[in-house]
Design a protein around this ligand. Structure first.
Ligand code: ZN
Length: 403
């Protein structure tokens, strides 16, 4: 164990199994959730050792043990599934990918980054976001006769629990807190803030959580509304949802936001209906990608589940091909090409039909599936692939967004 500077300590842990780059990437990303005293964990290029960056004031014995427990779970992840490509579009624009899109958008005054995983935007960024959302909605109406709907941004914990979210992504949940309904506590909070420089949070014991959360997956709030209904004929719903995923220190411009927008499509019916909609969703995604003129792929995928559930669920997802991911090439902060996950196409079986009590033929629990498109990532990918020269954008798009 060697000390490098005053703020951080670094130490190395040998992995009990060699890992590939895919698992190494998951380890590095999830490592921000291991301990408040661990800045991050990096896996060496050989995949055999992890370098733990500990924060000042850490009990090194304790966090070494914690990091070891985390790593022992993570290295058991299954990876290297065969990736199948189900749909692919190639752009007609032959110009180079543009690097540093986030910074350029801020510089042009089209985007404001609050620094906590939230952005404000206007001008061409807003117009492109709206255009992608509108175009997707239009395609869903035409192809699936989808019904428009709207859902709240908050969701109660019982619904999330029913959706199995705490089991798969406990680290990403955001609970709402309120000052307790207590005259003295409220007054104390008011007084403390009336003359303070920055905001002062109420003490822990004066905050109560009544079980409201910020919605972490666009389709969840739809399911309670379907209760008791019959979907023998099949039905699609579509809307623009606001989604929140706590990413801790992993936030990064439009690449990884805490709060973002998703154009969602949910389909409900019997197995044949749900499978047919999924099949028909592929050319719809291709249409959207070629409208904006971007390189895009739909391929098999697995969710980055929380460490302890990862191995089993990933294997199940990949082997059943229940999740396809929409991947759009973009550039990392260092200029290297990366595949940005811009959406997913999912089959849920009768999981939600059973849990929320809605049926298809013969009163059987209905099956569901969904397609979610992360609007801000589509925007980022489009600016990466076309840059800032208007003439490189397809005419139908540039006439709207640069007007
Ligand atoms: Zn969904």
């Amino acid at each position: 164990m060697n000390q490098h500077n005053h703020d951080f300590n670094e130490f190395v842990i040998d992995l009990i199994r060699e890992v590939d780059r895919e698992v190494a990437g998951d380890i590095e990303k999830e490592s921000v959730f291991v301990s408040p005293f661990i800045e991050r964990i990096y896996v060496d290029a050989n995949g055999r050792q992890a370098r733990v960056i500990a924060r000042n004031g850490a009990d090194l014995v304790e966090i070494q043990a914690k990091a070891k427990r985390f790593l022992d779970v993570m290295v058991k992840q299954v990876s290297g599934f065969e990736i199948k490509v189900f749909a692919e579009t190639k752009r007609r624009d032959i110009g180079p990918y543009h690097m540093g899109v986030n910074d350029e958008l801020v510089k042009r005054g089209w985007m404001y980054d609050y620094g906590k995983g939230q952005v404000a935007y206007s001008g061409p960024v807003l117009k492109l976001a709206q255009l992608i959302n509108d175009k997707a909605g239009e395609l869903y109406h035409a192809a699936f006769n989808a019904k428009d709907s709207h859902y709240p941004a908050m969701i109660d914990a019982d619904t999330l629990h029913k959706c199995g979210y705490f089991d798969s992504h406990p680290n990403a949940v955001t609970f709402m807190g309120n000052v307790v309904e207590d005259f003295d506590a409220i007054e104390e909070f008011r007084r403390a803030n009336s003359c303070s420089e920055g905001a002062l949070m109420p003490p822990q014991e004066h905050i109560h959580m009544d079980g409201m959360c910020l919605n972490p997956a666009a389709c969840f709030p739809c399911y309670p509304t379907l209760k008791g209904q019959d979907f023998s004929k099949g039905q699609c719903y579509t809307w623009l949802g606001r989604v929140f995923r706590y990413e801790s220190r992993n936030i990064n411009g439009l690449d990884r936001l805490y709060e973002f927008n998703v154009r969602e499509l949910v389909f409900v019916g019997d197995e044949a209906y749900v499978r047919s909609i999924r099949t028909k969703a592929l050319p719809v995604v291709e249409k959207l990608a070629s409208f904006i003129d971007i390189d895009c792929q739909v391929q098999t995928a697995t969710d980055p589940f929380f460490a302890t559930v990862s191995a089993a669920k990933k294997f199940w997802q990949a082997s059943q091909e229940v999740k396809n991911e929409i991947k759009i090439p973009a550039l990392g902060n260092d200029g290297s090409r990366k595949m940005l996950a811009c959406g997913s196409i999912n089959l849920h079986g009768n999981f939600f039909g059973k849990r929320f009590g809605f049926t298809s033929a013969n009163g059987e629990p209905a099956q569901t599936g969904c397609v979610g498109l992360g609007i801000e990532r589509w925007v980022l990918a489009a600016f990466t692939q076309h840059g800032f020269e208007e003439k490189r954008w397809p005419e139908a798009v540039r006439n709207i967004i640069f007007k």
